[in-house]
Design a protein around this ligand. Structure first.
Ligand code: GLP
Length: 237
């Protein structure tokens, strides 16, 4: 894992942009994207740039089950607002939260990714070490699946809803095995509330209790964190 520590999230956004631009320059054409506040600064710089990714495609990690693409808290809507409305890809895919058949949704999404292998995947990090919506305990071999969200994730995401009861209890998410197939991965994490998960991801044992720790096994991962998220690290980076 390459670890890059920056002063603050805005500087991280610049580094994330630089990596996206370099991947594009080097021929990447399928980009895996994440939601959450973390990558927004990177997205802002990408969409404000003159980079040409009009012939590329994007594939998002996850979506809440039960939310229509038009629901303001859906990940479809988030991506429209923070990325695609500003600067579109040729085609963008987000799991269909309204598909009532979880096996069908999983199969379709896996087929899509098999036909369009992800060159460059951007990830955020959950406070409990999750990636995508793969909560602690998820098998490292998992493919796209329906996930029951943990209380910690429901609480963390409740700030976007009127109240905690409106937070969906399930999501569709690429699996950990799916994510690990990406050729290159950038994971960003900012703020002290991510410090423990960052420490466990980089310096802890590789364990399904900390989904992001699997990234230690990937040959091309960059961890981009700010000083606040780095405070529990004991190594030199
Ligand atoms: C959600 C998303 C994750 C994201 C995480 C952290 O659970 N499914 O992909 O990484 O939130 O969100 P934030 O970046 O807002 O801290």
């Amino acid at each position: 894992m390459k670890v890059k520590i920056v002063a603050d999230p805005a500087t991280g956004g610049q580094s994330g942009y630089d990596m996206f631009a370099e991947a594009l320059e080097n021929g990447s054409s399928v980009f895996g994207l994440a939601t959450g506040s973390t990558p927004v600064s990177t997205y802002d710089q990408i969409t404000a740039s003159d980079l040409d990714f009009s012939q590329c495609i994007s594939i998002n990690l996850d979506e809440y089950v039960g939310l229509a693409p038009t629901h303001p808290q859906s990940y479809h809507a988030f991506m429209q607002q923070h990325f695609f409305d500003k600067k579109p890809f040729k085609k963008s895919y987000v799991p269909n939260g309204l598909n009532p058949d979880e096996h069908d949704e999983a199969q379709q999404y896996e087929k899509l990714i098999a036909a369009n292998p992800i060159d460059f995947q951007i990830l955020g990090l959950g406070r409990n070490g999750h990636i995508g919506f793969n909560e602690p305990g998820t098998s490292f071999d998992s493919i796209t699946h329906r996930v029951a969200l943990t209380q910690s994730t429901i609480d963390a995401n409740a700030r976007f809803f009127d109240n905690e009861h409106e937070v969906p209890r399930y999501a569709y998410s690429m699996g950990i095995g799916t994510i690990m197939k990406s050729k290159q991965i950038l994971i960003e994490a900012y703020g002290e509330n991510k410090a423990q998960a960052v420490h466990q991801m980089i310096e802890g044992p590789v364990t399904e209790d900390v989904p992001a720790s699997v990234l230690q096994r990937h040959p091309n991962v960059t961890v981009l964190i700010d000083q606040a998220a780095a405070i529990q690290l004991t190594g030199e980076y």
